[in-house]
Ligand binder design. Structure first.
Ligand code: IMP
Ligand code: MG
Length: 333
């Protein structure tokens, strides 16, 4: 079984939490992270928040192997400290994973257009991607200290597929270099097909494409955000968030069906996950059964499903991975 997890908005929809839930519920043999350390995936365990920038949040299952895709990028210090903390003895890097160096970070932070207009996280990801395209980026295989982790990640995906593989996306559909709100986007295609190319697996090997939406929309950095609310209104609704990597306050808007429809068109999901439903319906907090959700929340989810014509199978009701209503069986997935 091969699952891929894609973000349907501008990042920060809770992919990390969805991946962590699947890791605990399905016990996949392998989880692969795409993307780069500009993205922080948050998982909360027993009230403590963990932000992962290189390894997949599936680390919550100690039996799952953790790998980084060939098309992904790492910063060596961030990767090694995450291995130490979350993935000792079960972390792998592809030979061809790209490495971000200090000069990439410096180049990006000097770039006023990127920092001020686009609102880059300044992690050197775009500058490293430029070097990759110009064929001068150094890869994981070029660094002595990374030797113990090197592996053929596409071969691992192929080998472990019968016992479960989860591929974790980064950022969100509308930050895609090709399909997003250019130029207010990140430096890679973060849609389902981009992720597959990064990981080294073809579309026919995928069993389930989970598209993740949050019950409201957030965005950090520049670019359009339809229906954007003033910060006071966001606060009143309890929708205030900060960037996991940069600490910047996130811009906020209500759930947007038009964007969601476009995300469905771009990613061809087989199922939809909706996180933070408790932010819209407080009585939903912590519930794990459909029947225990308040009727307004159930109606809201049914409306999303009807509009998007894709089953909503996973509904997040709180910060911990176990705060999830899982309807996959009921809906035949
Ligand atoms: P960069 O990819 O760091 O250059 O940032 C480009 C744009 O993508 C900026 O608007 C960032 O705020 C946004 N961005 C990058 N990574 C993330 C993320 O993980 N979550 C949300 N927005 C992100
Ligand atoms: Mg994030």
């Amino acid at each position: 079984m091969l699952y891929i997890i894609v973000d349907g908005f501008f990042g920060d929809t809770g992919k990390g939490k969805v991946a962590a839930y699947l890791a605990l519920a399905d016990k996949p043999a392998l989880c692969v992270r795409t993307g780069a350390p500009n993205a922080g995936h948050t998982v909360t365990l027993d009230g403590q928040q963990h932000v992962l920038r290189s390894l997949p949040t599936c680390f919550v299952n100690p039996g799952t192997k953790l790998a980084v895709a060939p098309g992904a990028l790492i910063k060596i210090d961030v990767f090694l400290s995450e291995v130490e903390r979350y993935g000792r003895g079960r972390s792998y890097l592809d030979f061809q994973t790209g490495v971000i160096e200090e000069r990439h970070v410096e180049a990006e932070r000097r770039d006023e257009y990127l920092m001020k207009v686009v609102g880059s996280t300044g992690q050197g990801v775009g500058a490293a991607m430029v070097d990759r395209v110009l064929r001068r980026l150094r890869l994981a295989r070029d660094f002595e200290e990374l030797k113990p982790y090197l592996a053929d990640v596409p071969a691992m995906i192929h080998e472990h597929r019968p016992s479960g593989v989860v591929i974790e996306g980064t950022q969100g559909t509308f930050l895609s270099l090709y399909h997003g709100t250019y130029p207010y986007v990140t430096s890679r295609d973060v849609t389902a097909s981009g992720m597959l190319s990064e990981a080294g697996v073809g579309p026919k090997a995928v069993d389930e494409v989970v598209l993740v939406f949050k019950a409201y929309v957030t965005r950090v950095g520049g670019g359009p955000l339809p229906g954007e609310l003033p910060p006071e209104e966001a606060e009143k609704r309890g929708w205030v968030e900060r960037g996991a990597v940069t600490g910047r306050p996130r811009r906020v808007a209500p759930f947007n069906m038009e964007l969601a429809r476009r995300a469905v068109l771009l990613n061809t999901p087989t199922q939809i996950a909706i996180t933070k439903i408790d932010a819209l319906f407080r009585e939903a907090a912590g519930k794990t059964r459909w029947a225990d959700l308040p009727p307004e929340a159930r109606r809201w989810v049914e409306e999303v499903e009807e509009q998007l014509k894709v089953p909503v199978t996973l509904i997040g009701t709180g910060p911990e991975p176990r705060h999830m209503v899982d309807l996959r069986k009921e809906k035949g997935r």
